[in-house]
Design a protein around this ligand. Structure first.
Ligand code: NCD
Length: 303
């Protein structure tokens, strides 16, 4: 049995299969309608979510499966003092796959060690967000036609933003990708991510204009308010980068803008009409790629 707790749990070959299956689903959704019939997915969300939770739930419904779960633990026995381990063991008795988001780093990895069914990490603290990365890979591949030979410019909260950590790890598997990390000095990409990259494959800057000019993929992120201990620091940094049409004048014709969403102020609404803005396509791809992931984990479970 396999879990997806971080993106490196899957080989490049397996990621390729998931993206191909997602493509098949997009082309021919009707033939997938009962592929998970009789199966139950549990969503254990200890932290808020819109896209990740609903896209997983919609994915399971569209495959003919059922969904149970919680958003916040107030109405569960966690509020009576039940341990994390007991909650996971209990839910694993009722479900065929568990999707977990948690405010603590590594919680889904811990859950995987207690669970009799596959565990999917839907975001653990400021650490990783592997299914957002599958979404991002599908969107990049659909829009740019490739996953290699790209300059990927990541902007914003690179310290606490879990989506960028997983995305860099994944894009580093493909040939000749280069990275530009645009952040204020307080929110730089963590060393453990930079150390996993080849020397010369990334640059760090505070200059958004430079990033916009260089990008094949411009990946904007929100400053992660909930992770700041010092709220004054958040206030100081929250609007440090705002992408608008004026800034986009410097961008290449053939490039895309991605954002995992939710957006706060970091992309002006006027940019939405730019054909290079792909963040709402990204939302849709997220559902298809999660359908493909659920099928893949079910298949691996049978092996
Ligand atoms: C992201 C997350 O939860 O990490 N959202 C998402 O899943 N699409 C990004 C964020 O919250 O900024």
């Amino acid at each position: 049995m396999r879990h997806l707790t971080e993106i490196s749990d899957f080989s490049k070959g397996e990621i390729y299969t998931i993206l191909s299956v997602a493509n098949d689903i997009i082309a021919n959704e009707g033939s997938f309608v009962d592929r998970m019939k009789g199966k139950v997915m549990a969503t254990l969300f200890y932290e808020p979510s819109t896209r990740t939770k609903f896209s997983f739930e919609s994915a399971m419904h569209r495959l003919g499966g059922g969904v149970i779960g919680f958003s916040g633990t107030d109405s569960t026995s966690v509020s009576k003092g039940e341990s994390f381990e007991d909650t996971v063991r209990t839910v694993a008795c009722y479900s065929d796959v568990i999707v977990m988001r948690h405010y603590e780093q590594y919680a889904p990895m811990k859950a995987a060690s207690y669970s009799q069914v596959p565990v999917i990490n839907a975001g653990d603290g400021g650490n990783q967000h592997p299914t957002q990365t599958l979404t991002d890979l599908l969107t990049i591949n659909q829009s740019m036609g490739r996953l290699d030979n790209l300059k990927i410019v990541l902007v914003g909260d690179l310290k606490y933003g879990r989506t960028v950590h997983s995305l860099v790890k994944a894009m580093n598997k493909y040939e000749n990708n280069k990275f530009v990390f645009v952040s204020p000095s307080e929110l730089k990409m963590p060393d453990y991510i930079k150390e996993s990259l080849d020397e010369g494959s990334y640059v760090e800057t505070q200059d958004l204009d430079y990033g916009v000019k260089e990008a094949d993929v411009l990946y904007i992120t929100r400053i992660q308010r909930e992770r700041f201990e010092d709220k004054n620091q958040y206030e100081k940094l929250k609007d440090v980068y705002i992408l608008d049409n004026l800034k986009m004048k410097k961008a290449k014709e053939e490039m895309i803008i991605l954002h995992p969403l939710p957006r706060v102020n970091e992309i002006a609404k006027e940019v939405d009409a730019d054909p290079r803005a792909k963040y709402f396509d990204q939302v849709k791809y997220g559902m298809y790629v999660r359908m493909a992931l659920l099928l893949k984990l079910e298949e691996l479970r049978g092996e």
